[in-house]
Design a protein around this ligand. Structure first.
Ligand SMILES: [Zn+2]
Length: 320
């Protein structure tokens, strides 16, 4: 399956190579000497930054500045960063998880065409170890007689599953975890904990952070409001959003919670614990009243009434 890499990670925010100076040096050497191998294998565990490394390589080679580190601002760099460069083609195995001969044939046909606008054409092959024998042989043939200006970048977290002949034709790089200092810089006060949990694997750390993300303010507000936790509610109200669209969004989320609570009596499937609790604690009439009040307050936001007074009114209605 050929497709453009769908990722918007910004290199400006993620100087991921802080922990991979060997790779970075090698790339610098390639660009300075103009000696670019036809096949490069980047290995390392899931989440370590293989795709980012491949992108960095393409950036370094195709940057219009030509020397040193990629500038990240020229037209070529911008296209690569936004995944719209026509000469950077990414491959992923299809739903079966395996590359088949047809996938590699498609790649070979595509590779026989000259690059669109750059000097080189990059094929970034994710999970390069996931090939059946025919596919791997076909890729090997292509690597043996590479079309001019073509660079294959193979990514793998299971190097042992690659054919030895494919391995022997590639220049290999193994990515290492990042250092703790970088984590603190990137994740702030959570950096130390995330570093310990992920072992310096940025992808893993991002997932962990996502999983432990705080509950949305709408749920927090409703949870505390229905339990009558005045102090907690006041804390939320005090720290609440200031911008109009944020208050509107918050009220919209609260409306969804209330409407789900209202119907959870006869359709409990897919309702959250919070919605079920509201339905247990309040009669349908009461929930209806609160929905009406929330909608009234939602309309008041156009008059730039503060989030504090809107949420206070809503709390009084829920409590009363
Ligand atoms: Zn550039």
């Amino acid at each position: 399956m050929l497709q453009m890499l769908n990722s918007s990670e910004s290199f400006k925010k993620e100087p991921f190579l802080k922990g991979n100076s060997v790779f970075k040096q090698a790339v610098l050497h390639m660009t300075e000497t103009g000696k670019l191998p036809h096949a490069i294998l980047i290995t390392g565990e899931e989440g370590i930054g293989k795709k980012t490394a491949a992108k960095y390589l393409a950036l370094s080679v195709l940057c219009e500045k030509r020397k040193g580190e990629p500038c990240l601002v020229c037209s070529s760099c911008k296209k690569i960063i936004s995944d719209i460069h026509p000469d950077i083609i990414s491959l992923f195995p299809d739903a079966s998880g395996i590359y088949k001969i047809a996938d590699i044939r498609e790649l070979r046909t595509s590779a026989s065409v000259r690059p669109n606008e750059a000097e080189y054409k990059f094929y970034i092959i994710d999970k390069a170890d996931a090939m059946n024998k025919n596919a791997a042989n076909s890729l090997l043939k292509c690597m043996e007689e590479p079309p001019e200006g073509t660079v294959f970048v193979l990514l793998s977290d299971n190097e042992k599953a690659l054919m030895p002949t494919v391995l022997s034709r590639s220049i290999r790089f193994r990515l290492s975890p990042l250092n703790e200092e970088y984590f603190s810089e990137y994740f702030g006060e959570k950096g130390e904990e995330l570093f310990a949990l992920s072992g310096g694997n940025l992808g893993k750390a991002k997932l962990l952070k996502e999983k432990s993300a705080e509950k949305p303010l709408s749920s927090l507000f409703m949870e505390n409001a229905i339990s009558g936790n005045t102090y907690e509610v006041l804390k939320i109200i005090k720290g609440s959003y200031k911008k109009r669209n944020e208050i509107e969004e918050l009220l919209d989320e609260i409306l969804v919670i209330l409407k789900n609570a209202l119907i959870s009596g006869y359709s409990p499937k897919g309702k959250t614990l919070l919605e079920k609790r509201i339905a247990e604690k309040m009669t349908a009439d009461k929930i209806f009243d609160i929905i009406n009040e929330t909608e009234r307050l939602r309309e008041l936001t156009v008059r730039n009434i503060s989030a504090e007074s809107i949420l206070s009114s809503l709390f009084l209605k829920i409590k009363g």
